[in-house]
Design a protein around this ligand. Sequence first.
Ligand code: DGY
Length: 309
Amino acid sequence: MQAIVKIGTFAGELQQTIDREFQCHGPEDIARDDGLRQSIRGLITRSNYQVPLALLELLPALQVISTCGVGYDGIPVAYAQARGIAVTHTPGVLDDAVCELGVGLLLGLLRDIPASDRFVRDGRWSDSAYPLTTSLAGKAVGIVGLGRIGRGIAARLQPFGVALAYSGSPKIDVPYRHVQSVLALAGECSILIVCCKGGSETRHLVNAEILQALGPAGYLVNIARGSVVDEEALVHALTTGGIRAAALDVFEDEPLRNSALTSLPNVLLSPHAGSATREARTAMLRLTLDNLHAVLNGQPALSPTPRIG
Ligand code: DGY
């Protein structure tokens, strides 16, 4: 069985599938066993993890880095491509799952579904009135990044009777209004949904100024990458009434620990679980493994990341 390096953890049932096809080693095995280090040709990871450049430098025979996810901002892609190492990802197969979570988080946020659950469990229903929440219908929703996920979210939200606009992507032929800047978009919407790519170009795209434009009645949903939102500015806006509330699936530092976000009542948190359905993760893993098999057998990758530079 072909030996590969694995960075990160996979759910038990997925790990069993990997173990049937490859023999996984952690970076610590590479440090201990020089023969193994020299012979490793494949690396598997998930998009929530960082692949250190220093580790790649230790692997002279590496031919493919296959990430189980669409994002590849944790991989030194330019370095890998310059060395002729294929980098592959899993676009397309997780869109439904991520869009569903995005819509779910938005509804959960507006209707405060976690609080309503606690209200019933804590026995408060019989002696107090449940606080009023707000409807999605009639709201102006701004989508930052109209790629596959952004378009999927827009299509799912349209039947709710919202006014949709987008920014952070070139104007395309869709029935939603294109707004030149994210700042202008935030200024005219009460809900901003972040769906763009991570990486250096979008780092802190949603900053204090954007949050101020979104305003005290504004809601932010981030299902993209934690790096896109300036988290310190977000905590400030959430604690000072700068915006009303936020739903976050992704964070600047994951897993989230010791963050002010965990003690704020106006935040709905999710553990980077956009694609975490059995259906999506099974399809993602299949493509991840097929990419590894293809390159290791001398075939072209099935879904390579775009070339950089
Ligand atoms: C992705 O595919 O990039 C997702 O964020 C992984 O969960």
